[in-house]
Each structure stands twice: as C-alpha cells, then as structure tokens.
Design a protein around this ligand. Structure first.
Ligand SMILES: [Zn+2]
Length: 705
C-alpha cells in the first residue's frame, strides 16, 4: 500500500510548502517531541497557497496525507532523532461537512467532516502496527506492516529480509512488534438536527495514537477523516457478508467547547433580540411562546421560561460546585398534558434530549459500562445515556417514576453534581451531565389525592425528589368555569390546527377570513421557536446576572419570615436547598430581559413561583402550613406527630402481650388520643415501612427495639 501511495513529485511539493510556511511550527514541536507529535493545519491556509493540494486532500486523502507525512520527515530541524509527525487538517469547507444520515457510497474514500455527539467509546487498546514474525524453520525475524483489522502474516520467509525463502509457519513476537494506541468511538447525530422525532443515526470512528483517550461520551465534536467501508461479518465463524458498514478513520478532532455554538445569531438577529428584550411585556410574551395549544398552566409556563434561561453555576468557598440549571418535575393525573409539554420543550430547547424512564436501553438515563461484543469487539465500552447526551442542554424525561434502581442510584449525582461516575472492571470514567431536567411522573394510585401529601403518592424516593427546584402537581379537578374555558380552548385549538393543516395542503379554506385569523392566532406562539432559540442562546452566551443587595435582602427576608411563621408548630419549612432555588430563578428572570442585574423584581418573581409550588406541594394538607419535611422525608409534620403517638401506644400495649398490640386496641387507644381510625391505620403502615414496628405472626404489632 505504502509503495503505491508514494509520489516523489508530491513529496517535493509538500516539502516546499512546509519549508516556506510551517518551518517554525515544526521547529517548536520538535522541542516537545515525542509528547507532541501532531501538526495541525487549517484547510484554508493550504488552500490559499495551493488549491491543488486541498483538492487532492479531499478526493485522494490517503495519498495526500501519506506524502505530506513523508515530507514532514524531510524538513531539517536541529534535533537528534528523526521526527515522525502526524499531518492533521482542521476547518474543512462547509461543502465537505456531511450529516451522518446523508453519507452515501460516493463519499467513501474522501476526506469529510462529520459533526456529532460521542455516544460510546471503548477503552484504549494497543493495536499492532508492525508485526515481528519468527520463521519456525530458520528462526529469521520478519517485519510486516499491518494495515487491516485482520492480522497479516508473511506468506513466505522473505529472502530480502534475510529469511530462508521457504513457505513456513510464523510466530508473532509481541515484544519485538510495534504497537499504537487505538480506540473506537461511536458518533451520533446532534439532537437539534433531529427535530420531528427521527431516531439519530450513528457511525463508528477509529482513533489512533495521540487522538485516543481524549473524548468521553457526551462530548460534541467534529471528526475530520476518511470514510471507508468495512465488510460485515456474521456469527462465530466470522462469515464475510456482501454488505458493508460505513466507518471512519479520524485524522483530526475539533471539539465544540461552548454550549449553543450550533445556534447561529447574526448581527440582524442580535439587533432584534436587544430590541425585544426592552419590551415591558417580555415575560408575558415569553410565556405565550411556550406550548400555546396547552391551556392555562401559567405558573408552569413561567417556570419553563426560566428553566430555558437558567441561573448561574457557582463554586462555594469550600470548592463545592453549585449548579445553575433548574430542575423541574410535573406530577399529574393522566391526560393532563404533561407529556405534551415535555415534547414541546424538547422541540423548543437547544440541545435537548427526550427520554423515558421506562425505556430499557443499557445506558438508559445516565450511563453504563458494558462489555460490548458487537460494537466494542469484546472490549469494555462506556455508553452515555440521556443525561449525558443532554449535557449543556435540557433532558426531558417522561415516566421519571418508572426508571430502574440502577438509574435511580446514579441520578442523584447526575442531577446535583451534574456528573456521572462509572467504575467497572478497572474502567473508570466521569461523564458530564450539566443539563436541566424537565421530568414528568404519574401518581401511584392513578390519580392525585389532594388530601394526601404529594411525595407519598409518587414512586420516587424523597431524597431524589429534593433534587428538583420546582415540583408541580397538575390536577384534573372538575370545575365548571375552567371546564368550559378549557373545552372551548381545546375546540378552538383543534379547529385552528385543522385550518392550519388545510392551508398547508391547499392554501385555501372555507372559514371566514376574520374567524380563521382569530383561530390561527390562538395556536400561534408569540415568538417563533427558531427566534426563541436564538434569544435563549444569546442570553446564555452573553448574560451573567448577579443578585443586587436589594434582591438578596428580599429573598432572605422572605425565607426568615416563613421559617419564623412555622416556629409555632416546630416544623422546618425551608432548607438551604430552597434558598439556592430562589437565587437560580431570580438570575434566570434577569436573563429573560438580558440584564446582568437580578433586581428586586426578579426576586419577587422567584418568590411568587416558589410560593405557588409550595402551596400545592409543600403544604401540610391538615394545617395548611408550608412544610418542607414533606419533600425531605415524605411525611408531613402532622403525620410524624401522629406516628409518634401511635408508636407509644403500640409500645405500651405490646408490653402486656406476647402476640403484640392488637389492631382494635390500638385504634381504641388512638381514638382517646384524638386520632381517627383511618389515620391510625395510615400511621401503622408508615411505621411498618420505616421498620419502627413489625407485624407478629398472629396479626399484632410490636415495636422494633
Ligand atoms: Zn525461514
């Protein structure tokens, strides 16, 4: 292969080019050789000097790169050892950037740029580059360059390498062979290129030498390299098939370090964005741009707007990272539009991933380390799940309550520290999950019971629940006025969609123009999704709000006031976690109007939203008081008090009987203490669940001492 590629004239052309334009770069890399052994070239720097070279690079990349690397060896620099440098080109023209799903046979063998998200990566493995083979007849050691995946052995004992010339059998001497680090990764299309619910397509990429070990699942990259086909094999016998897989050999990697790079904001866009940010109605208009076909849900939509923009990440004095991303959970009766809201936000938010807690992929919601026979060819492979792929974006997770125990285990870390640690079989990795979470869950009993505390009604541990900044319970509560308004809205929406579809189909409709316009207006977002994405991207890139003293005071005062109010009944309504939540929401609110100052108004908006949330979720249904105990422990303060009383009763009754306290006796004693039968039974259930009491064989209860 090498002999076929070598082209004396081409080497001379490259040598002249390098001497003239890259001499100093080569000299400086020589000082750090072999730690540094790659020289990077901007495509356009070559193109400016000699477009024939770039043309060859695109169409005959193996030949162009092989001879360029030969030329690199010719450059005379003052070092003892001969340099063996990699020639790596970046910044290819747009015409050579291809989307994975559009890769065709005519791209094979050409130099292209493929953009995507790292979905999987194998461990780093040494790969045989030059094999040393010993002849079993004469003992001569022959060297064979390896260019394929399958080991290539000498066909005879080559005389030109000092061998006996006979057909022989050979033994591979690994310690005399040359190896190179290699790694395989899988790239998947970026989620924002998939609007409309298409499944992402993927491609396998081979990395070698200094390109290995630098990428992790969830990284956004542009891989520049050569596409080729790989024969598919089947079964134990590795039967060769006539169909081929598309794979890529990477020649350089460009990382996308910053979020929202893929959302382009032109100077004209910027002008428009700045103008709109001054609109006094900006918050109403933002809300009007979120899922207009879904009726009402004002607080939820206000919160979703703030979630899109997010607060500021911080580092505490002790080094702890405090996230700026806002996590939100919607719990509701079936049919309350939770899933639709999720789907809408998924389409709207830049860098968003939609997943379900019940989906049973191996990587699932977080990440997995698996021994991958198909992709990894038996090697350990790290695969990123939804939280990793949504890094720097939004993870929309439906059926959050349905996820398996393994996912639950890593979800705490994923949501709070915003990273996922994987350690298995000596393979360790830390994957980033810096994303906001928008989750939805169904109540355990099918429907929400507003007389019971929320945490007891959903199948999510309280510790995980407390990771959410905002939890909204969405009730489908019969109410005549809202019902009429809701059904009107639904009907109008449906007709609106129908008309919109008709217009798209035949561009005319029999509705009177005025009515038609009114109906269409009804389902139109105030800002088009594309513009909103630009606005959000602009805000996240350029605006970094800080709380004003006034705003900080307002939040502190509110916090202290509510804490004091609850001192009377000694429950703790707020934890520092809630305080962080106020700050995040206030910062996000400032970002909505592109202000670097989070003012008292932003603080008030945050307080209003948290109050709405606590009113519905964090309130003890019996006393009406805010009670964050509910979120932290799953039981309200009143419930806890009752449980203590019942525990004492069981403890007393249990002393006088070997079979434990009889349920009827407990109920009677509890009634004297002012606790009803149903509440008593509820307390017993909780006490058993907490393992504070246990049931005796004959049905009585004893305390667990
Ligand atoms: Zn021999």
């Amino acid at each position: 292969m090498a002999r076929l590629l070598k082209d004396k004239t081409l080497i001379d052309t490259w040598t002249a080019f390098l001497e003239e334009h890259y001499k100093s770069e080569i000299e400086s890399i020589a000082l750090e050789y072999p730690e540094k052994r790659s020289l990077y070239f901007d495509y356009w720097d070559i193109d400016r000097v000699d477009p024939k070279l770039t043309e060859m690079l695109i169409n005959q990349p193996y030949k162009a790169i092989f001879n360029a690397e030969e030329a690199l060896e010719n450059i005379d620099v003052a070092v003892e050892n001969k340099l063996k440098l990699h020639f790596r080109v970046v910044n290819l023209p747009d015409t050579n950037k291809i989307v994975i799903r559009k890769i065709r046979a005519n791209h094979l063998g050409t130099f292209v740029a493929v953009e995507g998200l790292v979905k999987k990566r194998t461990e780093v493995r040494p790969k045989l580059q030059v094999g040393a083979f010993q002849c079993q007849k004469c003992g001569a050691v022959l060297r064979m360059e390896q260019e394929e995946d399958i080991l290539k052995e000498p066909s005879e004992c080559y005389e030109d390498q000092g061998g006996c010339g006979r057909v022989s059998s050979f033994e591979l001497l690994t310690n005399l062979s040359e190896h190179i680090d290699s790694q395989k990764i899988e790239i998947q299309e970026n989620p924002e290129e998939l609007r409309g619910g298409a499944q992402p397509e993927r491609i396998s990429v081979y990395l070698e030498d200094d390109l290995v070990g630098i990428l992790e699942a969830g990284d956004r990259v542009i891989i520049n390299g050569i596409l080729h086909s790989q024969q598919r094999r089947r079964g134990q016998s590795q039967l060769k098939l006539t169909s081929f897989n598309k794979v890529m050999d990477a020649y350089s990697i460009e990382r996308q370090e910053h979020a929202f790079e893929e959302v382009e904001v032109t100077p004209e866009d910027e002008k428009e964005i700045l103008k709109i940010s001054k609109d006094p109605e900006i918050y109403t208009k933002m809300k009007g741009s979120i899922a207009p076909t879904i009726y009402g849900m004002d607080v939820e939509k206000d919160s979703l707007v703030l979630q899109l923009f997010g607060g500021m990440p911080k580092t505490a004095p002790d080094g702890t990272e405090i996230r700026g991303d806002i996590h939100m959970l919607l719990v509701g009766d079936p049919g309350t539009a939770k899933s639709q809201l999720l789907a809408y936000m998924h389409r709207l938010a830049p860098r968003s991933v939609l997943a379900s807690g019940s989906a049973s992929t191996r990587a699932g919601l977080t990440a997995a380390a698996v021994r991958d026979t198909e992709f990894g060819e038996g090697q350990w492979t790290i695969e990123g799940g939804a939280m990793v792929l949504a890094n720097d974006g939004l993870a929309c997770i439906d059926e959050f309550d349905k996820m398996n125990d393994e996912a639950r285990g890593s979800m705490h870390e994923a949501m709070e520290q915003q990273q996922i640690s994987v350690a298995k079989a000596g393979l360790t990795a830390t994957l980033k999950s810096k994303c906001s979470v928008l989750a939805a869950a169904n109540p355990k009993q099918g429907r929400l019971n507003e007389y019971k505390s929320l945490p007891g009604q959903i199948n999510i541990q309280t510790a995980l629940l407390s990771r959410f900044d905002l939890i909204f319970s969405i009730k489908d509560k019969p109410n005549e006025t809202t019902d009429t308004r809701l059904s009107k809205h639904i009907l109008r929406t449906h007709r609106g969609i129908e008309i919109a579809e008709n217009i798209l189909k035949c561009e005319k409709t029999e509705y009177p123009t005025e009515e038609r316009d009114a109906l269409l207006e009804n389902i139109k977002p105030v800002f088009e999704p594309e513009f909103l994405r630009k606005y959000v991207a602009y805000g996240k890139r350029n605006i970094f709000p800080v709380l004003t003293d006034e705003a900080a005071d307002a939040i502190r005062e509110y916090y202290v006031k509510v804490r004091r109010r609850s001192d009377d009944n000694d429950s703790v309504p707020f934890t520092p976690r809630q305080l962080e939540c106020f700050v995040r929401l206030a910062e996000a609110s400032a970002r909505v109007r592109l202000s670097n100052k989070a003012t008292i108004d932003d603080a008030k908006r945050a307080i209003f939203i948290v109050t709405q949330y606590l009113k519905r979720v964090g309130t003890d249904p019996e006393t009406g008081n805010f009670d964050i105990d509910i979120l932290e422990t799953g039981v309200t303060h009143s419930q806890q008090k009752r449980m203590n009383t019942i525990y004492d009763i069981i403890s007393n009754l249990g002393k006088s009987s070997d079979e434990g306290a009889d349920t009827e006796d407990i109920v009677t004693e509890a009634e004297i203490a002012g606790i009803g039968k149903e509440e008593t039974e509820d307390s017993i259930k909780h006490l058993v669940k907490d393992k504070q009491i246990f049931k005796m064989p004959k049905g009585g209860y004893k305390t667990n001492v």
